[in-house]
Ligand binder design. Sequence first.
Ligand code: URA
Length: 428
Amino acid sequence: MTEPFAPSEVIAAKRDKQELSDNQIDWFIDAYMRNVVAEEQMSAMAMAILLNGMNRREIVRWTNAYINSGDRMDWSQLDRPTADKHSTGGVGDKITLPLAPVVAACGVSVPQLSGRGLGHTGGTLDKLESIPGWRAKLTNEEMFTVLKECGAVICAASEHLAPADRRIYALRDVTATVESIPLISASIMSKKIAEGTHALVLDVKVGTGAFMKTVEQARELATTMVAIGNDAGVTTRTLLTNMDIPLGRTAGNALEVRESLEVLAGGGPADVVELTVTLAREMLDASGAKATADPADVLKNGKAMDVWNAMIAAQGGDVNAALPTARFSHDVVADNDGYLTRLDALSVGVASWRLGAGRARKEDIVQAGAGVEWHVDLGDRVAKGQKLFTLHSDEEARFELAVESLATGFEVGSTPVERPALIIDRIV
Ligand code: URA
């Protein structure tokens, strides 16, 4: 086959800050999937895009090229509308776990394709895999059956969904090209559009524990993704939410499942409940359906827990089995009286990762019971000797480095501080 372009010619165009044509973009991705564009050429292109950016037309075309590299799912046979949520990832972000059953209990189906964690942010599948017997990998038919029977399904994306993104994401991860707004937008939105949801709510995290460190960057990412989604016929909205402090009171796989169960039982930390209810209301509204109940009510009356139990059991999970716990624990106590004046998401995330809850490379195995619990919230009064954190790991040798990370991430001061607002902005 005669190729219409040479890879180096298209790379040079982006290197020299030119706009890529639709044909160049379509060809570059397709040729990469046919191994005509080599890995090092795609890496060079990713770096050129990271450095020189892309305009809206280029981003939409790049996203579509990812979608066209694989299958598209279709939920038109379901008798209810669908809505999905995507978070750009944060520390202690277990919101998908209570959120999917809450939305389903209010009358809208949730086909939630999730991923595994890399680095200091945890992955939803890693968390759910701490439930004995639970299976992440489903066929499309199984996914449809769980969705139809339970109203929600959380599972791994098939390798046929936006496979170009899968390959390019792996390259970006090792070539320092993850932090590009065009590439992040295309990566997230291609998977969500290919997944076939009617409505999508994005939770773009901002702060030390997030990809986006400033509100300006987060707003740009959010605006780009909302435009791509709405253009593709998916009603898309975004909340910008705080990730300077971690969510809830736990970071770690089984620890976060336990906390999610507290929320589904009508309790749990106020910030996790607030974000779950706010995102659920956005999803219901964006779906265009008339909700059959309010999210706050289904957390209190057990309806969301019923969906959870059905959904977990349908994927082989034993809802009555005890969640795994780590072999060792270690407490960190306050050195003086005062108030918790700083609790840094990144430090908690790195500590949890060092304890074994996360992975450094894709092939690493995570520990189900590892992670960090914090017993006080930002602004709380603390007394000298009071237990502030409990660290959990199957390997005692991991505590030293985890404590080091945590030590730089909290302060006990003499003046109380206010908790910052969780929801920073809403972009539709
Ligand atoms: N999540 C994704 O799916 N892709 C990115 O590029 C970044 C975060």
